[in-house]
Write a protein that binds this ligand. Structure first.
Ligand SMILES: Cc1cc2nc3c(=O)[nH]c(=O)nc-3n(C[C@H](O)[C@H](O)[C@H](O)COP(=O)(O)OP(=O)(O)OC[C@H]3O[C@@H](n4cnc5c(N)ncnc54)[C@H](O)[C@@H]3O)c2cc1C
Length: 476
């Protein structure tokens, strides 16, 4: 769903002289289609997405970003903002618009005494963790370190420490942003509070964020964490164990169910490579002693083919899934939130896992709740805070000839699990074909209406529409 607005992305071609004038105001390069540098800016994580911006500005700072937004406003060009380029819908790329490529802006500044971190908009979680972990601190990030901090945080953002420390958006203290009028604004609880509310969950709808300021929390630098895998024929017992440990979990403990084919890792016996497996990945964000105790049921469970649960640098655990998620593969996701993972789901969970078409695909079901659930649902624009679990069917494959098979498996799996979901969806896990009803399900009606009103105030012409688009109120 690139844009629900009637307005199309077919805009008049940009006159060469106008592009030259923009190039002259930028510090960083401006690329047109066909020029060296253009294609590499358009290479994003999901290789299924092929779109062609009219212009790409590889911004070197806020002045470039502001110049780009003003140019886009004056020429009625829709703007796509690229942070980490990881969005499964490929929203960093838009046809016929101006792409602001912020991926070169990756600096992170930690102020240890204030417990704050200021992050540039192209930074990844690897960049941020590296700096905060110097001081034994974190901002709650995701499970793959190459993911961009920007798009992640703007959509909410959860991971191993969310049960203890909330969403990434909950730890956002302020943001600097260039809005559609080309103005640079500072948003926090006092300045532009409505905009600040919308930036914590409402996605990239409100402008191009140039800087994120986070409150950090203590973690590590060593954490008890790892992955245990069993052959799929033990999946019933693994699901029971998952229910048992999540029901007993403290807020410092997070477990994630993993159904996939065994990856060809040294820790996995060769004869199991490629075989369907059931696993539990887990991380304890408190002391090693408490983590050890929390992991006991997992450590004692029998019949495993591998178990990597041990004290390790938190940054190493954060990077554990990276190799399995390279840029450029074909990817398609379907996801829902759940209040529970009851035994009634087991049959569908296991049947589709047994039939998984690609060695790169997986069903991941993460335990949420905890601190994230205790925040008032109106405090930010993050939706579905009540959910205890999020399940994401992540399909990934190489060959376009395999598209139909993989899409059908993903959709079939999702349909089979849906009757057990609570009907909510996470905005950052939505695919590009879901429609406005699903976007409303990501927020709930009240938050959606509130976001639409703020959108009308800050971006009435929907300049920023390459995102999970909130139509400006009164303009649909
Ligand atoms: C392998 C993988 C693992 C993931 N794991 C998790 C996880 O554990 N937890 C989780 O919550 N999510 C996870 N995600 C989802 C992730 O939150 C989204 O894909 C998110 O959009 C990534 O942000 P990005 O900056 O890399 O994206 P981009 O593709 O660069 O941008 C995504 C959206 O954000 C907008 N945007 C980006 N930067 C800015 C900016 N500076 N100002 C305004 N708008 C901006 C873009 O316009 C676009 O609409 C994962 C994604 C992948 C691919």
């Amino acid at each position: 769903m690139d844009t629900p607005l009637a307005r199309s992305n077919t805009v008049p071609p940009i006159e060469p002289a106008a592009a030259e004038a923009l190039a002259a105001t930028l510090h960083a390069p401006l690329y047109r289609p066909g020029e060296e540098g253009f294609d590499s800016c358009c290479h994003i994580w999901n290789g299924m997405i092929e779109r062609r911006p009219a212009l790409v500005a590889r911004c070197s700072g806020t002045a470039d970003i502001a110049a780009g937004v003003r140019f886009a406003r004056d020429h009625e060009l829709p703007v796509a903002v690229r942070g980490g380029g990881h969005n499964v819908c490929g929203h960093a790329l838009g046809d016929n618009g101006l792409m602001l490529d912020l991926s070169g802006l990756r600096a992170v500044y930690v102020e240890p005494r204030a417990g704050r971190a200021r992050v540039e908009p192209g930074a990844t979680w690897r960049d941020l963790d590296r700096e905060t972990q110097l001081f034994g601190r974190i901002v709650p990030g995701g499970i793959v370190s190459a993911t961009g901090v920007a798009g992640f945080t703007l959509g909410g953002g959860f991971g191993w420490s969310t049960r203890a420390h909330g969403y990434a958006a909950d730890r956002l203290v302020s943001a600097d942003i260039v809005t559609a009028d080309g103005e640079v604004r500072h948003a926090d609880a006092e300045a532009e509070p409505e905009l600040f509310w919308a930036l914590r969950g409402g996605g990239g709808n409100f402008g191009a964020v140039t800087s994120f300021e986070f409150e950090t929390r203590p973690l590590g630098p060593t954490a008890m964490a790892g992955l245990a895998l069993w052959p799929l024929d033990r999946a019933g017992a693994v699901l029971d164990l998952f229910r048992e440990i999540t029901a007993a979990a403290s807020e410092q403990f997070c477990a994630m169910l993993v159904l996939r084919r065994a990856p060809p890792l040294p820790a996995v016996p060769k004869e199991m490579h490629g075989a369907p497996v059931a696993g539990i990945a887990a991380c304890h964000v408190g002391s090693i002693a408490d983590g050890d105790a929390a992991m006991t049921p997992l450590k004692q469970a029998r019949g495993k083919i591998t178990d990597t649960i041990a004290p390790k640098p938190f940054t190493a655990f954060q990077q554990m899934f990276d190799a399995g998620q390279p840029f450029g593969r074909r990817n398609y996701w379907k996801s829902d939130y759940f209040d529970a993972v009851p035994p009634a789901m087991d049959e569908a969970l296991i049947a589709y896992a047994a039939d998984i078409p690609s060695p790169h695909s997986a069903l991941l079901c993460m335990h949420l709740g905890g601190a994230a659930k205790r925040v008032d649902s109106g405090a930010t624009a993050v939706g579905n805070r009540g959910a205890e679990f999020v399940a994401n069917i992540q399909s990934a494959w190489e060959d376009p000839a395999e598209d139909d098979r993989n899409l059908a498996w993903t959709r079939g799996y999702w349909e089979a699990l849906r009757p057990h979901s609570n009907g909510g969806v996470y905005v950052n896990f939505m695919s590009g074909d879901e429609g406005e009803a699903r976007l409303r399900a990501a927020y709930g009606d009240e938050t959606f209406r509130h976001l639409a009103a703020i959108k009308a105030r800050y971006d009435p012409d929907n300049l920023f529409r390459f995102n999970q688009n909130i139509p400006p109120a009164g303009r649909v």
